[in-house]
Design a protein around this ligand. Structure first.
Ligand SMILES: Cc1cc2nc3c(=O)[nH]c(=O)nc-3n(C[C@H](O)[C@H](O)[C@H](O)COP(=O)(O)OP(=O)(O)OC[C@H]3O[C@@H](n4cnc5c(N)ncnc54)[C@H](O)[C@@H]3O)c2cc1C
Length: 506
């Protein structure tokens, strides 16, 4: 049967009904107009009649993995985050054996360390929100979208997530979201597939030198290609790379705080009154049932630097995302059903290399570490986060009380307005005022800010040849993913891993 598509612009309720009956191939929510609208593309038959929901998804190509137990070619992968795992799966598709070294634990063991961390019972520096199977993406929000359409085959990446258990929506939703409760299962199935087909994954194996992968320690050649997919939190590994002469350079990054509002307030501001308390009884519940709770994306310029929201998590939780015992780092996540009463996002300020004095390519790391230690000291107890009400922060006042907040290890009132470096703090204060002008009510003491959001992007680049994707001074080494400084987020890191593997395979 020849299929076609039909584009529809519907009310949330009608869109919801259509999704229950018909095969949707694209979906996005448009909150820019007075009335909220859902844009749906549905599959139709050659007469133009919509096709039932359970019809196969067109152009869907399930992956075919080869048995690599006795493969002639193998590739070392350092790091089992999205970049490393998707590189491994791509190698399997091409009959090459992936051998992964991961410093952290497998996802089930890692869950236990994360539970301890959330109860404020200690941080394991090798097994936490950043390190372990699945990388920083495992206990994340699992938002799967990328601003750049040029990075690679997004459809392929979504198909792989779908194959390992993500719901159909990842194949058509404009802002697809997996959820922190679903991701561990998906990651585990990826590992099982890699091992079943003859690949290897070694947990608890931190790579402290690249020398073992060379013919001789004095020889610059690698025995097999090495994909370096370490993420951007492994500061010790960056320092090892510097010592071993791998080319590194500083790059711009961003730092700031995590902000948390009541979700009901964000719904009211973003859905422009459609979900306010003044709406007819029951309307708010119905509307969010159909289109989900509201998210936002904010950006402004203050004194020549961008100030913007980052990784917004509707119905989310703020989590302790540090990887060393004397630091306090916050980030956000949410479950697939998004069921917390809070909305959080990173609020960060662009930092250019020239903002940090010196010429050490790793000086951005030192700057991040300084702020993370300050946050730790102001948090006063391990992993309790320094916190201030939003309006108090902007007006330079102490918060005498703090509202409830989703951050499980606990918060401590602190004058972030006083101790954040002025080039970050002052810009955030102005940025919040700008956002309030656009969405009056956004700047409120019902919201809190927690410090510090320091791991939103890599402060280091491992430069590589744009054609071969190999390190500019170390052939055979393929830096990729967020830690290489060429990607940010799950989607682009996974795509970067796929691209590195394809360079080796083809
Ligand atoms: C709480 C949280 C929420 C997030 N939410 C989202 C989201 O919703 N959407 C999104 O797109 N992004 C999100 N992110 C960011 C996203 O997780 C990262 O951009 C992505 O995981 C980067 O992928 P990667 O594979 O390059 O690196 P990582 O995921 O960081 O993986 C690197 C891996 O390498 C390992 N490693 C490091 N050094 C060594 C070594 N020397 N030897 C062996 N192993 C090593 C680490 O243990 C780690 O497992 C979130 C991050 C966090 C922390």
């Amino acid at each position: 049967m020849q299929t076609q598509t039909l584009q529809l612009i519907l009310s949330p309720r009608d869109a919801w009904s259509a999704e229950q009956k018909w095969r949707v191939v694209k979906r996005s929510v448009d909150a820019r107009q007075r009335e909220l609208r859902v844009h749906l593309t549905v599959l139709t038959d050659d007469k133009g009649d919509p096709i039932a929901k359970d019809a196969p998804i067109p152009l869907y190509n399930p992956p075919v993995f080869q048995d690599v137990h006795n493969a002639k070619r193998s590739v070392i992968i350092i790091g089992a985050g999205p970049a490393g795992l998707f590189a491994a799966l791509t190698l399997l598709e091409h009959g090459i054996k992936p051998i992964i070294y991961e410093r952290g634990k497998d996802v089930s063991e890692r869950k236990k360390d994360i539970a301890l961390l959330n109860r404020n019972e200690g941080l394991n520096p090798e097994s936490n929100y950043c390190f372990g199977e699945g990388g920083a993406g495992t206990f994340s929000d699992g938002k799967l979208f990328s601003r750049s359409k040029k990075r690679g085959n997004m459809q392929r990446m979504m198909e792989l997530f779908h194959y390992f258990g993500a719901s159909d929506t990842v194949l058509y939703e404009a802002h697809a979201h997996i959820g922190s409760d679903k991701l561990p299962g998906i990651i585990k199935r990826m590992r099982e597939c890699i091992i079943e087909h003859g690949g290897e994954i070694h947990f608890g194996c931190r790579v402290d030198s690249l020398r073992d992968f060379r013919f001789e320690s004095s020889d610059l050649r690698f025995k097999t290609p090495v994909i370096l997919a370490i993420g951007h939190s492994a500061h010790d590994t960056y320092r090892m790379l510097a010592e071993e002469g791998i080319a590194l350079e500083t790059k711009g990054f961003a730092m700031g705080v995590r902000i948390e509002h009541p979700q009901a307030l964000i719904n009211k501001l973003m859905y422009k009154g459609l979900t306010s308390n003044s709406s007819p009884k029951g309307k708010e519940r119905n509307l969010t049932d159909f289109v989900g709770n509201a998210s936002y994306s904010m950006v402004t310029q203050v004194d020549g630097r961008g100030v913007y929201s980052f990784c917004m998590c509707p119905d989310g939780h703020i989590v302790p995302a540090g990887s060393s015992a004397d630091s306090c780092v916050v980030n956000g996540m949410s479950a697939s059903h998004r069921n917390s009463p809070y909305a959080n996002s990173g609020m960060v300020v662009q930092i250019n290399p020239e903002d940090i004095p010196g010429d050490d390519p790793l000086r951005g790391l030192a700057f991040q570490e300084t702020l993370e230690r300050m946050a730790y000291e102001h948090g006063k107890a391990p992993n309790m986060a320094p916190c201030q009400r939003m309006k108090d922060f902007v007006e330079g006042k102490e918060s005498n009380s703090l509202p409830n907040c989703s951050y499980l290890p606990g918060v401590v009132a602190s004058r972030l307005d006083q101790w954040l470096p002025a080039h970050i703090g002052k810009r955030l204060q102005q940025g919040f005022k700008d956002f309030d002008r656009k969405y009056p009510g956004f700047l409120t003491n019902d919201a809190v800010i927690l410090g510090v959001e320091s791991r939103s992007s890599s402060a280091v680049r491992i430069p590589r040849d744009p054609e071969t994707l190999q390190s500019v001074n170390t052939p055979g080494l393929y830096p990729c993913g967020e830690g290489a400084g060429y990607a940010g987020g799950i989607t682009s890191s996974a795509l970067d891993g796929i691209n590195a593997a394809l360079k080796i395979a083809l």
